[in-house]
Design a binder for this molecule. Structure first.
Ligand code: ADP
Ligand code: MN
Ligand code: MN
Ligand code: MN
Ligand code: MN
Length: 345
């Protein structure tokens, strides 16, 4: 990889969400210029019958470049480009939740919606066991692992550190990381980002994590409850604010948003990721799936208003319901439709 690269040849990797709505795919092409915007890049196509996105007889699907980042693996002028997927009639594919998210976001941009996501994930060995766990039995009970340090407390530090640096290099709005409560479980935060950018940056951050872990022989799981029993699940808290919430007296708008969310709990749960019922039990710092609640500094509520926000009288709210495998486009679309477009079921 340290061989010189011809100056006029740039490698661009097109990344997209496959038919599972959770996994990513990518392939690379050479272009003869250094793109500075995704719109400068050609549309491309792929075999949708191999990704759960088409039938074999009519398999071509289109890749539309929408967000571009520096490539932390190939370096130089090389790029990573996140793509939306369209079918043969140029309709958004089922896995393309970005299009309708954008439709919801455009009419509310004057509210300046900001989102921050806390992505929890679990590292696995290729055999599916949590990374670094004893092959027979379990590590000691939870307690010492959260934000821990030491070879008996953290598993996969090199992966987490390499991912953080790769995100910074790529140009992702990554704002921090921490080791989580369950050993081999980690979190990184993206944001605050404006509108659909949160989804673009989150999906590319997920891609970078899969790609970094690959080099270490590890697999990233976004399952909301990777190990059953007395082990924390994995979520993706989404923090949300508008210009009004961030301004003087903003707490009033935050409380209003919570009341609108209360009235549409079921709709939101339906958009917040598969298998989330295994995680939202009311235990392990989660709320119950069946009942909406909100409260200040309450980590067992569906929506938490951070203590500092209450003290300042303005800021943001934290929706704690999304599972780690949620599609951020679907979550922020639901938040905007309920809280700003006043949609009801
Ligand atoms: P905690 O673990 O205490 O819930 P974190 O520090 O992990 O909190 O994450 C806080 C998240 O909130 C970050 O993703 C950050 O980008 C986001 N955030 C901070 N301020 C705002 C805001 N005004 N609007 C939206 N998101 C915000
Ligand atoms: Mn071929
Ligand atoms: Mn956090
Ligand atoms: Mn966490
Ligand atoms: Mn949180």
């Amino acid at each position: 990889m340290s061989l010189p690269q011809p100056d006029e040849k740039v490698q661009v990797s097109y990344v997209w969400i496959d038919g599972t709505g959770e996994a990513l795919r990518y392939k690379t092409k050479t272009v003869n210029f250094e793109p500075s915007h995704p719109e400068e890049l050609p549309q491309w196509s792929f075999d949708g019958s191999s990704t759960g996105q088409a039938q074999g007889q009519n398999s071509d699907r289109y890749l539309q470049p929408v967000a571009m980042f520096r490539d932390p693996f190939k370096l130089g002028k090389n790029k990573l480009v996140l793509c939306e997927v369209y079918d043969q009639d140029m309709q958004p594919a089922e896995s393309n939740r970005r299009k309708s998210c954008m439709d919801a976001m455009i009419p509310v941009m004057h509210h300046e919606p900001w989102f921050g996501m806390e992505q929890e994930y679990t590292l696995l060995d290729v055999d599916g066991q949590p990374f670094g766990w004893p092959k027979r039995g379990f590590p000691g009970p939870q307690g010492p692992y959260y934000c821990g340090v030491g070879a008996d407390r953290v598993f996969g530090r090199d992966i987490e550190e390499a991912h953080y640096r790769a995100c910074l290099y790529a140009g992702i709005d990554i704002s921090g990381t921490n080791a989580e409560v369950m050993p081999s479980q980690w979190e990184y935060q993206v944001g605050p980002s404006v509108g659909v950018d949160l989804g673009d940056h989150m999906w590319m951050a997920r891609f970078l994590l899969d790609r970094v872990a690959e080099d270490f022989g590890a697999v990233v799981s976004l399952h909301p409850k990777p190990v059953s029993g007395d082990w924390n699940g994995a979520g993706a808290h989404i923090n949300f604010s508008t210009k009004e919430m961030r301004g003087e007296g903003g707490l009033k708008f935050i409380t209003e948003a919570c009341e609108k969310l209360a009235a549409r709990h079921k709709h939101h749960i339906g958009k917040y990721g598969k298998n989330n019922e295994l995680r939202l039990t009311g235990l392990h710092e989660t709320s119950s799936m069946d009942r909406f609640s909100f409260g200040v500094a309450d980590r067992s509520a569906s929506v938490r208003i951070p203590r500092a926000v209450q003290d300042a009288g303005k800021g943001y709210l934290e929706d704690r319901r999304p599972g780690s495998n949620c599609d951020p486009y679907a979550v922020i679309e639901a938040l905007v439709r309920t809280c700003l477009l006043d949609e009801v079921d």
